[in-house]
Ligand binder design. Structure first.
Ligand code: XLS
Ligand code: CA
Ligand code: CA
Length: 438
């Protein structure tokens, strides 16, 4: 197979002083941070759809980047050329995982039996191309939002016939995930939501989504999938209301339908900000519920109200994200760059610069998060902040061994309470700056 990204060498770690744009300044795969190699903390993954598919097309204009990789788009030759390009790309960057939708891998045929046949063929090719490497699937998923049949949803559709197609795609995407060694399977509820309640039975739709997920768990386990199912919350886009609005909502849904043992969250940074939260908030809510699974690493733009899927570059954000991930004991999944180049960044070099930016930003974030934890001042402050619960009446509150009556009597006794103490936000923010920039 001839080289596709000609002139682009293997990207190596050269350290912070390097001015070589095709080198890592912070991502040093084998370096040990808090007892684990950087690459194992981060488990970077390439999103098949953006990196090998997205060509810059938007509502106002055609594509700007050539992602044909020497083959005619829409053909199986092109699907295979994408495998060649993807494998070369991952090897050059030292990325060991990829994520896919069924229809990212092959062009969808008119008949689902033919699409499935293409998937069998393509996955054989992909396995052959990755043989002898460490490259494997991080997670797979089914695209149940692109085909017009899903205009009213997939699991939430009004049509039982369409529901069968959703089920068929989930079944096949699970087969593919297992075949490609995937650690996870994602449900992103692209069109699982509604535009108006005038035509929607929300309870009915949510029950059907849960039933589809239950059948997916049953089937997945029956074919030997021992990985994790993920829900990827997003509040809107394409639907006005999406059912998996944010982590708290999705966790409530999983618990209500008894799915919480098999599922965790796949948190995407851009979706967090669309929901009016920070990325860190969504990670924390998932973590404290034992539901932090995997991450779609990107960033939105707070000046824009939609899903821009930009490569992460903001070190405050990556540091606080890695702080949450380290504190939660790591991810069962990884960091999938569900990110795309800006439309005018349309060359092969730009694809590499984008990943170098994202990987370095998270590597630096990891290093800084570890320093913040080792520094200890933030943790010490939080511990002290709640110290009034360590003994006396506070301890009884924590142990659940008091009552409103006893607490009210205590308040009477005190007359006026002691002040709760300063939150010291600015002091803490300056510690973060100190760790980041010393
Ligand atoms: C879209 C989502 C999607 C999921 C997988 O906004 O990010 O790409 O990650 O279906
Ligand atoms: Ca995503
Ligand atoms: Ca997105």
């Amino acid at each position: 197979m001839s080289e596709i990204f000609k002139g682009i060498p293997e990207i190596r770690y050269e350290g912070p002083g390097s001015k070589n744009p095709l080198s890592f300044r912070y991502y040093d795969a084998e370096k040990v941070v808090m007892g684990k190699k950087m690459k194992d903390h981060l488990n970077f993954a390439m999103a098949w759809w953006h990196n090998l598919g997205a060509n810059g097309v938007d509502m106002f204009g055609r594509g700007t980047a050539d992602k044909s990789f020497g083959a005619e788009p829409g053909t199986m030759e092109h699907a295979k050329a994408k495998v060649d390009a993807g494998v070369e790309f991952m090897k050059k960057l030292g990325i060991e995982y990829y994520c896919f939708h069924d229809v990212d891998l092959v062009p969808e045929a008119d008949d689902i039996k033919e699409t499935n046949r293409r998937l069998d063929d393509l996955s054989d090719y992909l396995l052959e191309k990755t043989k002898g490497t460490n490259i494997r699937c991080l997670w797979g998923t089914a695209n149940m939002f692109g085909n017009p049949r899903f205009m009213n949803g997939a699991g939430s559709t009004n049509s039982a016939d369409v529901y069968c197609f959703a089920a068929a795609q989930v079944k096949k995407a699970l087969d593919m995930t297992v075949k490609l060694g995937g650690k996870g399977y994602v449900f992103w509820g692209g069109r699982e939501g509604y535009e108006t309640l005038l035509n929607t039975d929300v309870k009915f739709e949510q029950e059907n989504i849960a039933a589809l997920m239950k059948m997916a768990v049953e089937y997945g386990r029956s074919i030997g999938f021992d990985g994790t199912f993920f829900i990827e919350p997003k509040p809107k886009e394409p639907m006005k209301h999406q059912y998996d609005f944010d982590a708290a909502t999705a966790i409530g849904f999983l618990r209500q339908y008894g799915l919480d043992k098999d599922f965790k969250m796949n948190i995407e940074a851009n979706h967090a900000t669309l929901a009016g939260h920070t990325f860190q908030h969504e990670l924390r809510i998932s973590a404290i519920n034992g539901m932090l699974g995997s991450v779609d690493a990107n960033t939105g733009d707070t000046l824009l109200g939609w899903d821009t899927d930009e490569f992460p570059y903001n070190i405050y954000d990556t540091t606080m994200a890695m702080y949450e991930i380290l504190k939660a004991g790591g991810l069962v999944g990884g960091l999938n760059f569900d990110s795309k180049n800006r439309r005018p960044s349309n060359t092969y070099e730009d694809m590499f610069y984008a990943f170098i930016l994202g990987m370095d930003s998270f590597a630096l974030g990891l290093t800084k998060a570890a320093e913040l934890i080792e520094d200890g001042r933030v943790d010490a402050f939080i511990k002290e902040r709640y110290a009034s619960y360590n003994d006396g009446i506070g301890k009884k509150i924590r142990e659940g061994s008091t009552s409103l009556k006893e607490l009210a009597a205590k308040a009477d006794e005190m007359g006026a309470p002691a002040t709760p103490g300063s939150g010291r936000q600015e002091y803490l923010q300056s510690i973060v700056n100190d760790v980041l920039f010393h």
